[in-house]
Design a protein around this ligand. Structure first.
Ligand code: ADP
Ligand code: 5GP
Length: 216
């Protein structure tokens, strides 16, 4: 799990950045911004049994699969975590995650609280978790309506589920209220920068310091 990344002179372990929120609070938007700014960040592309939205591309936003395919993957142990969310199955394929971590790359997960709990349980030291809250419930509803990619029925179901999701805020390392998008994004980047610099993640430090001491 160690590699020298661009701009780093110290070898570092990859970390898993987990973003969760009630639907509509802004995870997907923040994920897109973060990936534009941080090309070295690998996005974990989930498999899901939900219907593709008009704006979504198979293999980019999700891999859209049948329930039978999902259950097969799950039962083979191909998923690092999985959950049923809003009546559909979602899961994170294990293989690409392991490949990224091995090469020292950070991975970004947009997953619900059940998935976050499983990933944390598997590798507690490697997970940094961030919960995104909406500034208010009327605004959350507006965002779901403005996104205009789900039916009224689906939106009502997601608002219902928001209560159960918001209740999990204490499980996360960081909590951001996504009022102003630019400010939330700046805070998210600050979290990532600081977490990358944690002493225990910079596994190349002992050798580096030995080198410094040897030259004194
Ligand atoms: P999620 O992935 O959490 O379901 P999205 O990122 O799809 O949420 O955001 C839902 C809608 O809200 C989108 O139309 C998005 O453009 C909008 N949005 C996201 N963040 C903000 C913000 N800070 N202020 C206003 N609108 C936002
Ligand atoms: P959406 O259908 O709006 O894309 O996502 C619905 C919810 O499922 C969101 O809370 C999202 O974070 C979650 N989700 C997406 N992919 C996964 C996954 O692979 N695992 C888990 N546990 N949740 C996921």
């Amino acid at each position: 799990m160690t590699a020298l990344l661009e701009n780093d002179i110290i070898g570092r372990r990859g970390l898993m950045l987990v973003l969760s929120s009630p639907s509509g609070a802004g995870k997907t938007t923040l994920t897109r911004l973060l990936r534009d700014e941080e090309p070295s960040l690998t996005l974990s592309i989930s498999v899901t049994t939900r219907q593709r939205r008009p704006s979504e591309v198979d293999g980019v936003h999700y891999r859209f699969i049948s329930v039978a395919e999902f259950l097969e993957m799950r039962d083979r142990g191909d998923l690092l975590e999985w959950a049923e969310v809003h009546g559909n199955y979602y899961g994170s394929p294990r293989k690409p995650i392991e490949a990224s971590l091995t090469s020292g790359h950070d991975i970004l997960f947009d997953i619900d609280y059940q998935g976050a709990q499983q990933v944390r349980g598997n590798a507690p030291g490697d997970v940094v978790s961030v919960f995104i809250l909406p500034p208010s419930i009327p605004e959350l509803r507006q965002r779901l309506l403005r996104r205009a990619e789900d039916t009224q029925e689906v939106i009502a179901r997601r608002l219902q589920a928001a209560k159960i999701e918001i209740e999990r805020w204490r499980d996360y390392d960081y909590v951001l209220v996504n009022d102003d998008l630019g400010r939330t994004f700046a805070r998210l980047r600050a979290i990532l920068s600081a977490e990358r610099l944690r002493r225990d993640r910079q596994v190349g430090l002992p050798d580096f310091v030995d080198g410094l001491m040897g030259d004194l």
